[in-house]
Write a protein of this length. Structure first.
Ligand code: GLA
Length: 706
């Protein structure tokens, strides 16, 4: 029997899918312009080698052992020991432009598997989700359920991210010739440790060159991602929500869906991949309530911690407004009994000892200064020392009878318990209705251990319940923006971003560390959702000190804020905050809409990144010297992406106070001129000589079409 071959095109990529005998992607790569029909794919009909099964075994979107595929199957489950090895036959296809719904069934096992796939024609981002339905009366137990995507044999290099609290998004690269790479997240939130993504491509891909495929799994709970090289040389990647034993059981006609996997093909390195993901996020994931510039923040946490004195906070707000801050957020410490991190989570009532006149005077003061008001919450958590716990010790996400270890002295609440959900919804709704709050910093500071609901494993349901709580709050308060913060960096993914508007990238405000963390995050997320704050000169998480210039320039390329007590800072620091806030405001229309470019540089001690306007009329680039230059000269900087036949005026917006006097005796000539005119072609091919820079310093360049 001949099955259909369906061709989907993006701007830069083409995907060819064969619907039967089971749905298989037979090509996904560089755009092919020819019109294809099923017969045209006969040149890629595979051989059958000796020494194995007598037939060709397709590598489908859900590999099946029963079809003769010996690798990790797409589905593992059973019905009390039966129906454990399903084989799904193509049933029907619905196509609507670039969007496909492929229905397959196994009538023996009584299961239906539906594949929803869409290749976004505008951005080249592919989204896939599988849904399994139980068609028989007896319950079906699902142990694993994954989406599988093929990769070509040449994609032998893999870039993934490791991390930890205060050091997120650290890249590591491995060469994969045999066997597999696997990452498992069992921490109950997206996690600092296992960002759900990886990139795979042909050897040597880098920022500006090479063929690669990027994957991000949009899920804020447990996951398993893997990449395999089969013994026949074929490759595939697999992504799934990681279920604990017994978590997913389907009654008759009940379904379970995988989260969405987002993937894109790039022919031109990591920059082109990021461009696709950023455009996709801007067009399809992000929903800002009002289309306005991202307001500059002041967040009180590192400024005052738990010391809330309304009169002093108002002084901080006054000073913040003078500096140009547009949104003032009071962090942890405002609610009843919250004097330290050992008590009160769950008691979401204003602390009347700290705020005897209520919160209104503070909110009104902030609003009168022309700023928005924001507040911190951590709804999913509870301290054992809280009125809520004393009243409802049974509200925990736990298995009764076992000891739950605390994390930051707290436990998680079971959001699948309707009473818990209703309580949190009522408290948050009350908070947002009572005060003029336009921003919530939504934290989640503990990893989840032994998550039990009615004694059964429940992390998938908990993750979905958290999404429901976000959704319900957003329905009731559609104008409120939300920040996803889980100890900074612990819940960063596309699915939570559908419900939120900014990430707190890391609890680490050390500019040197931030350079690397922000670069890692920039592969998948555009600058406008990346919270980046100027911290005080003496960094709280590393005890290192940096100049205001290095801190300001590092915070510039995200959604900017300051994280300190502006009242206590000296005049020089204050002037610095005001200066970099003003600079950010001037540049943010470009930074928050343009194309992010990371430059490959031969010396890892230097990091160069920039943003080019969509219409190529302007660009800004930051040259950061992280550690001591490896060589006594830093070479040249070639900047691609501007219009070759147009001239640009290069101006130096910022350079270090001590520039020539450290490792450099004399600056390159262009750095001493007010402006230099260069063509886009010159910049791309010949470039400009780089200065030799002291460690922990940066230069900011601007290019404007003449
Ligand atoms: C987490 C956040 C911080 C701050 C504290 C408050 O660590 O990441 O930014 O809000 O909680 O307790």
């Amino acid at each position: 029997m001949n099955y259909d071959a369906i061709t989907l095109h993006g701007q830069n990529s083409t995907l060819i899918l064969k619907t039967g005998p089971a749905p298989e992607i037979v090509y996904w790569g560089e755009r092919v312009n020819a019109q294809l029909h099923v017969n045209d794919i006969s040149p890629i009909t595979r051989a059958v080698p000796h020494g194995r099964l007598d037939l060709d075994v397709p590598l489908t979107l859900s590999p099946e052992h029963g079809r003769g595929m010996f690798s990790s199957p797409g589905l593992e489950g059973h019905r009390n020991g039966y129906d454990w090895s399903p084989v799904f036959a193509f049933h029907s296809l619905e196509q609507n432009g670039n969007s496909l719904k492929i229905i397959t069934e196994d009538t023996i096992a009584g299961l239906k598997l539906v594949i929803d796939l869409i290749l976004d024609p505008a951005t080249d981002v592919l989204q896939i989700r599988h849904t399994l339905t139980n068609m028989k009366p007896d319950p079906y137990q699902v142990d694993r359920f994954a989406v599988t995507l093929p990769l070509p044999e040449r994609a032998d290099e893999l870039l993934a991210f490791h991390g930890r609290w205060v050091r997120e998004f650290q890249p590591h690269q491995i060469n994969l010739k045999h066997g597999s790479y696997q990452q498992e997240n069992r921490r109950g939130r997206t996690s600092h440790e296992h960002f759900p993504a990886f990139i795979q491509g042909s050897t040597g891909f880098n920022e500006q060159q090479g063929e690669l495929w990027g994957f991000h799994f949009g899920w804020s709970g447990n996951h398993r991602l893997r990449s395999d090289v089969k013994t026949d040389g074929r490759r595939f990647m697999q992504a799934e929500a990681l279920y604990f034993a017994g978590e997913i059981q389907l009654a008759e006609n009940e379904s379970v869906s995988t989260p969405l996997i987002y993937a894109t093909y790039s022919q031109h390195g990591l920059n082109a991949m990021s461009h696709a993901f950023h455009q996709f996020v801007r067009q399809q994931i992000l929903h800002f309530p009002v289309n306005k510039p991202r307001p500059v923040h002041l967040n009180t946490w590192e400024g005052i911690y738990f010391q809330h004195d309304p009169a002093y906070i108002m002084q901080m707000a006054t000073q913040a407004a003078r500096l140009g801050v547009e949104r003032f957020i009071i962090d942890d410490g405002w609610f009843k009994g919250r004097d330290h991190d050992r008590a009160a989570l769950g008691d979401w009532y204003l602390d009347e000892k700290k705020y005897p006149d209520g919160l209104e005077p503070v909110v009104n003061h902030v609003r009168a200064l022309g700023m928005e008001f924001g507040i911190w919450v951590e709804p999913e958590m509870i301290n054992p020392d809280s009125d809520l716990f004393r009243a409802h010790p049974d509200w925990l996400l736990a298995v009764p009878g076992y000891h739950q270890p605390t994390g930051r002295n707290q436990y998680a609440l079971d959001l699948q318990n309707p009473a818990v959900f209703a309580y949190l919804l009522e408290r948050l709704d009350d908070l947002l209705s009572r005060y003029d709050i336009s921003y919530l910093k939504w934290d989640m500071n503990r990893e989840i251990v032994q998550p039990g609901h009615d004694s059964k494993a429940a992390i998938t349901g908990q993750t979905q319940a958290v999404y429901r709580l976000f959704d319900e709050i957003r329905t009731r308060h559609p104008l409120v923006e939300i920040e996803s913060c889980a100890s900074g960096g612990g819940r960063i993914d596309f699915e939570v971003l559908k419900r939120t508007h900014r990430f707190w990238t890391s609890d680490n405000n050390d500019a040197l560390e931030r350079q690397q963390i922000q670069r890692g995050m920039s592969y998948f997320f555009p600058p406008e959702v990346m919270g980046s704050h100027i911290g005080s000169a003496h960094c709280h998480s590393t005890a290192r000190s940096h100049s205001i210039a290095f801190r300001g320039l590092t915070a510039l390329f995200g959604h900017m804020g300051v994280e300190l007590d502006p009242v206590k800072e000296n005049a020089e620091e204050q002037a610095g905050f005001a200066h970099f806030i003003a600079l950010h405001k001037q540049l943010r229309p470009l930074l928050h809409s343009g194309k992010v470019v990371r430059i490959d540089h031969h010396d890892p001690a230097m990091m160069i990144n920039g943003v080019i306007a969509a219409d190529q009329t302007e660009a800004v680039f930051l040259i950061s010297q992280l550690t001591m230059p490896t060589y006594s000269l830093s070479g040249s900087l070639r900047l691609p992406g501007l219009q070759a036949d147009k001239n640009y005026c290069l101006t130096v917006l910022e350079k270090p106070a001590r520039f020539d006097g450290g490792v450099m005796k004399t600056q390159p000539q262009w750095l001493t001129q007010d402006e230099t005119i260069l063509s886009g072609e010159w910049l791309a091919k010949i470039g400009i000589a780089l200065p030799v820079m002291d460690p922990e310093s940066a230069v900011l360049l601007q290019f404007k079409l003449v």
